[in-house]
Structures are given as structure tokens and as C-alpha cells.
Design a protein around this ligand. Structure first.
Ligand code: PGA
Length: 255
């Protein structure tokens, strides 16, 4: 794991955006795994300003609410359209977002996994982290080997996301999410986290034991993870000084 700590979310985001831009210039038909939420909004803004060539890129979003109409303003379909897809030239057939209204959910989830495999897997997965340590909507105690499936949100996630829906009672209870096993097959992962509210989840993910109660801790076993944090999100890391020093002294060939 590489831990990059920057003073502000904007600076941390710029580093993540540069990693993605470099991938797209090296591999114009790269497959990206994308996330939604407050955290990656800045990243999408940054990518839009970079004028990248999206014509061959394929994307797979990590999750979607179950039962929410696709055109609901808080659906992840709407989020992606508003924050990224309407600003770039990507063929619609290259975009994949879980269908929260699939009639046969199990079959849909199997098909989604097959589509990822047919695209030769995800080159780079973007992740946020929940205040409770979830990645995607893999809530604490999700199997670390889980695949795309339907999940029930925890009360904490419903509370955290109520800000987008006006009240807790409007937040859908169920979601479709890639599993932790699915996420771990991405060849590279970038996790972004900002703000003190994420500091505990970040510390457990990076420095705690690998455990189903901290879903993001599974990333410790992935060979190529970059975690981009602002100072506040990094504030509970015991080894923060070491991570900062390592990044400052990165040999030129590794930059
Ligand atoms: P946030 O959500 O970016 O809105 O904080 C992150 C997540 O729940 O994964």
C-alpha cells in the first residue's frame, strides 16, 4: 500500500487524477471501476478539466441503490451522468452501472461479473470509504471473498447518506454492490478519503488487523493500492510521519 497524505482534498485528488490520466495515456482502452459519493466528485471535476481521450475507455460502477428509478436525482446513474459522463465523450455502450431495478437480481449480478471478465477485468478501481469502513456498499461483516450481490445497508450508512435524500426514511434499504472479492481482482486500486469523519475508518483499514468488520482492511492484501488522504483523514494514523517521509523521498524512478 502506498499512503499519500496531502494538506487538502484538492491536492490529494490531483495525485489520483494524474495516476488515472497516466493509465489512459498508456492504455487508451483501459477499464475503470468507478465510485460515487461526496468524495470522488472532485476527482471527476479534475478529470473533466484534463481533456482525456475517453473514446475507448470502459467503466464499471461499483454499486447502485436497489429499487430507486434510474432517473431519480440520487441514483448513482444520475450521479455519474451529472458528475462525469455528460462532460466527456464516452460511448454509452462502454458504461456499466449496476441495475438497481433488475427483475432477477441474482442473474443480473452474475451477468455483471461476466461483463467485467469479458472486458478482461478492471485495470484501476476508484474507491471511497464509508465512515464504518465499507468499500462499495460492502458493509462491516461482508465476506472478504464476496461477489456482486444485493446487500442491506447498515443504520450508520443510512444515517450518513440521509443528507442526500432529505431524511433517513427516504434512503433505500438495499443496494447492489460489487463484492470485496470483485474489488480485489482489480489490477490497481486508488482509495480516496477526506475529513476527520473518515479518520477512524482509514486507520482501521490501513493499520488495523485484516477483518470483515473493517471491509477496507482487505486492501492490505492487494499488491497495488494507493490511498490518497487529506491531513484530517490521516489524523489517526500511527505511522503518518513515516508515510509522509516515504512520499517526500520517493526515488525519481518511482515517481
Ligand atoms: P462519501 O461516501 O464519499 O459520500 O463520504 C463514501 C462511501 O460511502 O463509500
Amino acid at each position: 500500500m502506498e499512503i499519500i497524505i496531502q494538506p487538502t482534498p484538492e491536492e490529494a485528488t490531483k495525485i489520483a487524477a494524474r495516476i488515472i490520466a497516466r493509465l489512459l495515456s498508456r492504455k487508451p482502452n483501459a477499464v475503470l471501476g468507478l465510485a460515487t459519493g461526496g468524495t470522488p466528485q472532485l476527482l471527476y471535476q479534475e478529470l473533466v478539466t484534463m481533456n482525456l481521450n475517453w473514446s475507448q475507455v470502459k467503466t464499471f460502477n461499483i454499486d447502485e441503490y436497489a429499487g430507486l428509478p434510474e432517473n431519480h436525482p440520487q441514483s448513482f446513474h444520475s450521479f455519474m451522468r451529472e458528475n462525469l459522463f455528460r462532460h466527456i465523450k464516452i460511448p454509452a455502450r462502454n458504461v456499466h452501472i449496476p441495475d438497481g431495478n433488475a427483475w432477477d437480481v441474482e442473474k443480473f449480478c452474475e451477468t455483471y461479473e461476466k461483463q467485467i471478465r469479458a472486458a478482461h477485468g478492471i485495470d484501476l478501481q476508484v474507491l471511497g470509504i464509508g465512515g464504518n469502513g465499507h468499500i462499495g456498499f460492502n458493509e462491516p461483516m461482508s465476506s472478504l471473498a464476496s461477489r456482486t450481490r444485493i446487500k442491506t445497508l447498515t443504520r450508520q450508512t443510512i444515517r450518513d447518506n440521509a443528507r442526500f435524500f432529505g431524511s433517513r426514511s427516504n434512503v433505500p434499504r438495499h443496494v447492489i454492490t460489487m463484492g470485496i472479492g470483485t474489488i480485489m481482482e482489480a489490477r490497481q486500486i486508488i482509495l480516496l478519503a477526506f475529513g476527520a469523519k473518515k479518520s477512524e475508518a482509514v486507520a482501521s483499514a490501513i493499520e488495523g488487523p485484516i477483518a470483515a468488520r473493517h471491509p477496507a482492511s482487505a486492501l492490505q492484501q492487494h499488491p497495488h493500492v494507493t490511498i490518497c488522504l487529506d491531513d484530517a483523514a490521516a489524523s489517526k494514523l500511527e505511522f503518518a510521519g513515516y508515510y509522509r517521509e516515504t512520499f517526500r523521498n520517493k526515488p525519481a524512478w518511482q515517481r
